[in-house]
Design a protein around this ligand. Structure first.
Ligand SMILES: [Zn+2]
Length: 506
């Protein structure tokens, strides 16, 4: 037999596609031809596979070898094809009877010594195999736990090419994945820890309920980071579909914890202001790494000291904030990753970052305005809730006498509000109030009565509020009504929504 094929999976963005690795061995000058849109890493696969085969004690066939990866039109990145290539090649040379690999997807990178190395993206690969009707997979031992997350798939693992050859030739046992760890994930920081800061807590709750982006302006020590870190705990847990998608993105980034569980809590990403564009939006050679904006998909992207980010870095967020996706333009085959995030942008009121109330800050008003103006442009246009926080006083922090609501209590309210909004906007396909276009809210039957919007229209007429700003206030008012369990916003809700824009710096 001089022909063999083995199944593998290639990733396009977060979606896996079944790939057939074909090997054909013909008489002729010993050479290896690899076809089917290989990227650089795949070309290197040729050398890795050769060394691994020889160092595993197998004979390298001295014939003209053609390796083909089908479908040819599918872009293929990364090193997960190594193991399938090696198996197909040994099958084609007649060294191995490949019947045991019939309807089995084989994933893994090979080291020169024949060890099998973990690869990124095993979870979406195995999920794709399952969708294509392949229920048995062989993966690197380090990836066995995450592969087991996919229901209905029989997972076996290998640590070396030698072990795979032993299985194919003699039926030697493969490795079994560890049983999932019973310990539930640790809860994140709780909102009950944040005493005082009423405005900040309210802004956080409203933002969570309506899916609104949030800007927190305040001096160091006002609790901006504390508040932001507690957003995931008041957002609804991820449903099955979202959990699989989020876990898949973390799998592609190679960032899954070893216990191999689905990520159920909305993720939280806080890139530093020195972050590069690539680390924020993704990129890199081979299988593109998702950036912070995709790792925060269905969760929170927190930018602390937002004005300190490079202008170009903030500009790069424009596309994902608009479309919920990020396209990474690559030389061959663009990659697109989901990036639906809830943005929390924090900023000090001025560049010196001295605590407010101290005599130390002497920044002139113009400097302060310019500093916050860096927020405008790409970001501020899309931020519905913008508040200025006062510094937290020690008395407030220490005041343990007052009852402070826990994340669980607030999360229940947020969940009810989101359900009400989702039901109301189901026809338009919007999940949260933040997604509803302004004109839709200004048309019947959703237009609010003139008497309720009178104060707001005055702000619009005298130029305090832009037309976009007007829409944002109305949107937030709907969220406040949802939180209070009312069908429609009233004048008081519009008032509060207006106050939740006092951080306006555009
Ligand atoms: Zn200052």
């Amino acid at each position: 037999m001089s022909y063999a094929k083995v199944l593998c999976v290639g990733l396009v963005g977060v979606t896996g596609h079944l790939v057939e690795v074909e090997a054909d061995l013909a008489p002729g000058l010993p050479t290896v031809v690899l076809s089917g849109l290989p990227d650089t890493a795949l070309n290197e696969a040729r050398d890795r596979v050769r060394a691994a085969v020889v160092n595993s004690g197998q004979r390298w066939p001295n014939r003209r070898i053609t390796l083909n990866l089908l479908p040819a039109t599918l872009p293929k990145h990364g090193s997960a094809f190594d193991l399938a290539i090696a198996a197909a090649l040994l099958g084609g040379s007649g060294e191995l009877p490949l019947a045991p690999l019939d309807k089995v997807a084989v994933l893994g990178e090979l080291g020169l010594d024949g060890t099998v190395r973990p690869v990124r993206g095993v979870l979406p690969m195995v999920a794709a195999a399952a969708r294509a009707g392949i229920t048995r997979v062989i993966v690197p031992v380090e990836n066995a736990a995450e592969a087991s997350v996919v229901p209905g798939v029989h997972v076996r693992a290998v640590d070396s090419l030698h072990r795979l050859v032993g299985f194919i030739r003699d039926g030697a046992p493969l490795l079994t994945p560890p049983s999932p760890s019973p310990a539930p994930p640790r809860p994140g920081p709780d909102l009950a820890d944040v005493a005082g800061q009423e405005l900040g807590r309210r802004a956080l709750e409203v933002a969570a309920a309506g899916g609104h982006h949030l800007a927190l302006i305040g001096p160091p020590g006002a609790g901006k980071t504390m508040l932001a870190e507690r957003m995931p705990a008041i957002l609804p847990q991820l449903d099955d579909e979202a959990a699989l998608e989020v876990t898949a993105l973390h799998s592609i980034a190679g960032l899954l914890p070893p216990d191999g569980r689905l990520i159920r809590r909305p993720p939280f990403q806080a890139p530093h202001h020195t972050a590069t564009v690539a680390s924020l939006v993704g990129g890199g050679s081979g299988l593109a790494r998702p950036g912070a904006v995709s790792l925060a998909h269905r969760g929170v992207l927190f930018l602390d000291e937002t004005p300190e980010f490079q202008r170009g870095t903030l500009e790069a967020l424009r596309q994902p904030l608009e479309s919920g996706r990020i396209s990474l333009n690559r030389s061959r085959g663009g990659t697109e990753y989901p990036a639906q995030v809830q943005l929390i942008a924090a900023a000090n009121p001025c560049p010196c970052a001295k605590p407010a109330g101290d005599v130390a800050c002497e920044c002139p008003p113009l400097t302060r305005r310019r500093y916050l103006a860096r927020l405008s442009g790409p970001l501020l246009d899309r931020i519905d809730v913008q508040v200025t926080l006062a510094p937290l006083r020690a008395a407030e922090l220490m005041d343990s006498g007052r009852t402070v609501e826990s994340s669980t209590v607030v999360a229940a309210r947020v969940g009810r509000a989101r359900a009400a909004a989702a039901a109301r906007w189901a026809d338009g396909g919007w999940r949260v109030n933040a997604e509803v276009p302004g004109p839709h809210l200004r048309r019947p039957p959703w237009r609010l009565p003139t008497r309720d919007t009178e104060a707001l229209r005055k702000l619009l007429d005298c130029g305090v509020l832009s037309a976009r700003g007007f829409d944002r206030v109305i949107r937030v008012a709907w969220t406040i009504a949802d939180l209070d369990g009312r069908d429609r916003p009233e004048a008081a809700d519009i008032d509060e929504a207006t106050q939740l824009r006092t951080g306006s710096v555009g």
